[in-house]
Design a protein around this ligand. Structure first.
Ligand SMILES: Cc1cc2nc3c(=O)[nH]c(=O)nc-3n(C[C@H](O)[C@H](O)[C@H](O)COP(=O)(O)OP(=O)(O)OC[C@H]3O[C@@H](n4cnc5c(N)ncnc54)[C@H](O)[C@@H]3O)c2cc1C
Length: 382
């Protein structure tokens, strides 16, 4: 079978639909979203209930679109191009939904997945704690069995979309021996209104300001044993399987951010003249643009390759991590270069500096650049 870069009619249709929405509805309000640190309710409803973005992750059986990963990349690139703050409406939806799709009991799937697919519920994923982020196997939040329930005690922080979430998928230590690390971790679905859940302070990032992160306190929260995803002490595998897919949304979303910064720079470089030449005609600027244009193509192809492998059911951990670090770091670089091209105007408040702030945040989310390189190095040394 020869390599083909053609999209299917369905993929083209998704891209067109989301592009129209993002250009018409998100782009004109991206600055307001960033300034007010909030996504207006009508846009939220459009994304969750009309476009039904979270449903891309959900099997058709539960009312979802069951989209292929290439389509999900196309969608998040369009959203990232228009508004970096809105990438988490696809990304975090996947983080909180896929663990249920992969490890949830049938009753839990029937209860939650159709609601997420309709836009009547939204999930969050709680892994990070005050004492650990990258080292996700070092968590200390405890879940102890008590009859038919588990009792959860501990703190999570930097948890995205808590303000709109109706429940959390949380990692918890279920094995008494901490030296087992990741092999002592389980996953639970916890309703946001469960007794003992206390939402703490907001943790404002410099970018992606329309999406919000919070501290969550679990003060002896009781959840039924059926809310465990997969088997006891085997939750980490589900987490890693989930991240293999959802990291791709950050990769593709940041290709969109890189393209937004690049387009702003190119447009300016074609108009602005210095020393009787257009900016792009100065080699220093023209080559900078040529480099970013090439790297955007490369980053997009990394996304498509990983997505294609995922859609074929093949292992793609290495390719996903390559796409994630490259895409997010490229978006930072594209924004910094665009600032250079725009001169003093580049460091004024506006689209390009917003691209920089959003992209820099995404280099940390779902595993930092260093952690992606750690994963890649382990995979290539196997
Ligand atoms: C925008 C955004 C959204 C987020 N959303 C969520 C969410 O919804 N749910 C959630 O659970 N978490 C979320 N996080 C938290 C995120 O997962 C963590 O920030 C990330 O895993 C890094 O953890 P840390 O901040 O504790 O840094 P640390 O793990 O303390 O790392 C500090 C620095 O050291 C580096 N480092 C660590 N270990 C190594 C190593 N072995 N080799 C080389 N370098 C290393 C890191 O790369 C980093 O630069 C979000 C973060 C951001 C920025």
């Amino acid at each position: 079978m020869p390599i083909s870069f053609d999209l299917t009619p369905e993929q083209e249709e998704w891209r067109k639909r989301v592009r129209e929405f993002a250009q018409k509805e998100l782009l004109p309000r991206a600055e307001e979203i960033d300034e007010k640190e909030d996504v207006p309710q009508e846009l939220l409803d459009k994304m969750l209930k009309e476009l039904r973005l979270p449903a891309v992750w959900i099997p058709k059986k539960y009312g979802g679109f069951e989209l292929d990963k290439v389509s999900i990349c196309l969608i998040t690139e369009e959203i990232g191009y228009a508004c970096g703050s809105c990438i988490p409406f696809v990304e975090v939806a996947g983080l909180g939904t896929l663990p249920i799709v992969i490890g949830g009991k049938e009753s839990l799937k029937e209860e939650l997945l159709p609601k997420i697919a309709r836009g009547d519920a939204f999930p969050a994923l709680a892994m990070t704690e005050p004492g650990c982020g990258s080292d996700a196997g070092a968590i200390t939040l405890k879940a102890e069995r008590d009859g038919d329930e588990y009792v959860l005690k501990g703190v999570k922080r930097q948890i995205s979309q808590v303000h709109i979430a109706s429940f959390f998928v949380t990692s918890a230590r279920t094995h008494p021996d901490p030296s087992l690390r990741a092999r002592g971790v389980s996953l639970f679905v916890v309703p946001k209104d469960a007794d003992g859940i206390r939402i703490g302070e907001r943790e404002p990032y410099i970018g992606t300001r329309g999406h919000k992160a919070y501290v969550i306190h679990f003060d002896n929260v009781r959840v039924p044993a059926e809310n465990m995803l997969g088997e006891e002490n085997k939750g980490f595998r589900i987490l890693m399987q989930t991240l293999d897919e959802t990291r791709l949304t950050l990769a593709a979303g940041n290709v969109g951010i890189a393209k937004a910064a690049f387009d702003a720079a190119l447009e300016y470089a074609k108009k602005r003249e210095t020393f009787r030449k257009k900016l792009w005609e100065h080699e220093a600027i023209g080559f900078m643009l040529a480099e970013i244009a090439t790297e955007i193509e490369a980053a997009r192809l990394l996304c498509y390759k990983a997505a294609w492998l995922s859609d074929r059911g093949e292992k793609h951990t290495k390719e996903t991590s390559m796409a994630k670090w490259y895409g997010t770091e490229l978006a930072v670089k594209a924004a910094v270069n665009a600032m250079t091209v725009l001169g003093g105007y580049g460091v004024m408040k506006g689209r390009v500096e917003r691209c920089f702030r959003d992209a820099k945040c995404f280099t940390f989310a779902q595993g930092t650049t260093q952690i992606q390189k750690l994963i890649i190095s382990r995979e290539i040394a196997r």
